[in-house]
Design a binder for this molecule. Sequence first.
Ligand SMILES: O=C(O)C(=O)[C@H](O)CO
Ligand SMILES: [Mg+2]
Length: 259
Amino acid sequence: MPRFAANLSMMFNEHAFLDRFAAAAAAGFPAVEFLFPYDFPAETVAERAAAAGIEIALFNLPPGDWAKGERGLAALEGRSEEFRAGVATALRYAEALGVPRLHMMAGNADRRDAAAATRYRDALAHAADAAGAAGRDLVIEPINPRDMPGYFLNDFDYAAELIGELGRPNLKLQFDVYHRQVMRGDVLKGLEAMMPIIGHVQIASVPKRNEPGTGELDDFRIFGTLDALGYAGHVGCEYRPAGETVAGLGWLARAGRRD
Ligand SMILES: O=C(O)C(=O)[C@H](O)CO
Ligand SMILES: [Mg+2]
């Protein structure tokens, strides 16, 4: 069975953010992930995770003004100073929280715009190098245009090409099964082909983005494939519980039973 990480931005929303670490641990998760820790001092988040005895698998670099619709700064014009400050902040949190990898969101920009593509590439090289010097991985994630219209990184092959071209060993792909299925399908072959560059996996049912096992894919077969491919990283459970979080965890018990 893969190492599941509860996504605290979507799951356990019955509790205040800082109480979600203990809730996830009590529900049997060995790890968590979330969008952003920046509303709280790093030390406070670290204390809550340590008290719960739970590992933090991943969080994102500061995204710009999320409430105003910004979804990362990397490809945006005139924001490189803010982007670089965000990389430093994220690495400070990663150190305090003992987090091995960070997700760099791209921002809303047109991938066919050569200037935006150059900005994105430069930002990626900078963030990967800074993360590498700090002993951390950096991951990038193609996101489907239905959920995030206008998002720059909306193609798996483009992401893989960039990772290859930049050639940083700590720069990897975040393979979100939900986005892959919405954009392209061919999930099992995609996992197989991209496994050498995959640094993090996320899962949710398609199309509702609820619990695994409730959508159009055989999510349990996907878990088996990840095991068969030797994937040793985390699988982030980035889904919106259809009801109460713990009541919907039957899929986790089933994944453990492998039936
Ligand atoms: O949207 C997703 O799938 C993500 O993983 C991002 O981190 C947040 O939008
Ligand atoms: Mg995702």
